[in-house]
Write a protein that binds this ligand. Structure first.
Ligand code: 13P
Length: 268
């Protein structure tokens, strides 16, 4: 059984004081939470938070929100895998906000995948379609391959280009429909519904299976992201293909995030 994974993507939020309080609360609760927890603060808080998480239970660790693929060089404002190594265990790659606002291409993201894997960082590769499917199709719950090929499956195939079988089983895939991101977290009906997300994730797992075989596909964790809150997590976590969540807004409130982790841990 794949252990549930809950990732908090803090995006460009928190002061150092906020970040410290948030990480401390989560660290203190982690022992009782039967999930793996990854906190992804802004780059500048990684080192102070590594201290906060020193001696933390083994199910909580740090991730970075992004990185460049190069080890070093004249790349003003960038962070390299060598700098993250030893501080972060995971790195989010290909988030739609990077693809949209910073024009990151599939090729660029693939270069980062290789750099992460070569430096023992676990990539959380994000894929997601831009346009909400028509409601009737969503309600049918099963997008066709043609509907998906243009975006989600293509993004995954390109991200996996050149990734070996051994490397593939380590990666985490996050399905984040762009239209479902940042649409409010309380009682939100704007997140994708569980059956729909499960159907897309099933297709993503089939893509992994075709490339690497069913055994690897069954080991790869595929999570859902997009307006997940404590009131919507159950819709996703009980779906057979969904192994956890990538949480944005709701990961900034300790109580809400711990509640999400507690519910996800109760799945097993
Ligand atoms: P929200 O949970 O705020 O919709 O953000 C989702 C996301 O983009 C996580 O990476």
């Amino acid at each position: 059984m794949r252990r549930p994974l809950i990732v908090g993507n803090w995006k460009m939020n928190t002061s150092l004081a906020d970040a410290t309080v948030l990480a401390t609360s989560i660290r203190n609760a982690a022992e009782d939470l039967d999930v793996e927890i990854v906190l992804c603060p802004p780059f500048v808080w990684l080192i102070p938070l590594a201290e906060v998480l020193d001696n933390a239970p083994p199910n909580v660790c740090l991730g970075a929100q992004n990185m460049h693929f190069a080890d070093k060089g004249p790349l003003t404002g960038e962070i390299s895998p060598l700098m993250l190594k030893g501080i972060a265990k995971y790195v989010i790659l290909g988030h739609s906000e990077r693809r949209i606002h910073f024009s990151e291409s599939d090729e660029f993201i693939n270069d980062k995948m290789h750099a992460a894997l070569n430096n023992n960082l676990i990539p959380i590769i994000c894929v997601g379609e831009h346009k909400k499917m028509p409601l009737d199709k969503r309600e049918r719950g099963r997008p066709t391959k043609t509907e998906l090929r243009s975006d989600v499956l293509n993004q995954l195939s390109k991200a996996l280009d050149g990734v070996s079988r051994n490397q593939a089983e380590k990666i985490v895939i996050s399905y984040e429909p762009v239209w479902a991101i940042s649409k409010g977290t309380v009682q939100s009906r704007n997140s994708a519904d569980g059956a729909y997300a499960n159907a897309v994730i099933e297709r993503l797992r089939q893509t992994v299976a075709r490339k690497y075989g069913e055994d690897i596909a069954q080991r790869v964790r595929i999570i859902y992201g997009g307006s997940v809150s404590a009131s919507t997590i159950n819709e996703f976590i009980y779906q057979p293909e969904i192994d956890g969540a990538l949480v944005g807004g709701a990961s900034l409130q300790a109580k809400e995030f711990i509640n999400i982790c507690r519910q996800a841990g109760g799945r097993e």
